[in-house]
Design a protein around this ligand. Sequence first.
Ligand code: FES
Length: 302
Amino acid sequence: MGKEEAAAVESSTVVLAVNGKRYEAAGVDPSTSLLEFLRTQTPVRGGCGACVVLISKYDQATDEVTEYSASSCLTLLHSVDRCSVITSEGIGNTKDGYHPVQKRLAGFHASHCGFCTPGMCMSIFSTLVKADKAAGRPNPQAGFSKLTTSEAEKAVSGNLCRCTGYRPIVDACKSFASDVDLEDLGLNCFWKKGAEPAEVSKLPGYNSGAICTFPEFLKSEIKSALKQADDVPIAVSNDGWYHPKSIEELHRLFDSNWFDENSVKIVASNTGSGVYKDQDLYDKYIDIKGIPELSVINIGLP
Ligand code: FES
């Protein structure tokens, strides 16, 4: 199939919220990671062990926000355009006070060197946010989450700790679960094990709605930007970043003279860059996460 005319070229500015504050980045190299942006353009630092962030996306069609945790060192900045990012400083810090997740990790002696702790906080926080949005679960008692203990056991499965050991970390996470037996949990500073019934009132209380994961100003921007985008059927950012919304659009891109298989990298979450250090080989990226058919897993025969 012959090459079609080049796709329209548009100027690209990445807009995102970091801990509720608006940031813009224009003309950014498409291989720039979210971590690099956070460390150089915002007051937060992150780094190995503390790179986990909560990313929230807004769907204007359903008026819903979905959240997931991700390693900012693997996430490309362009892929979080129009997203909200929350770091461990955003849920609690020395100035504004600590979040119950941070307090309970400390209280359950779940931090030894502290290297992994901010990442653990964000993975637990992300699990709580998702559990509290799960449909059909009864409301938990005050201070707890809709999280289950079996979900709590998997919450930090993507995080590594070299020195604390996982038991106290998982205990801290389990302490939020609605079906937890607090007396099964390990050593902690909230009550003495075996001395008395574990006292719920001594745990730092959790309020699921206390942290806004997606600011209103960004929702408004998305709504107005989408109206304008309706007039642009195919467009390539002049930063070398492209995010097709359908298989047809992806094929049109392959057939355009913009496409060159030697310099284009196709990415979804870019986790491969944790293994293959090949960022320098590419100056154009196609993000396929916006294509619904390529974002689902169908089990069984059609
Ligand atoms: Fe040291 Fe987890 S507390 S790596």
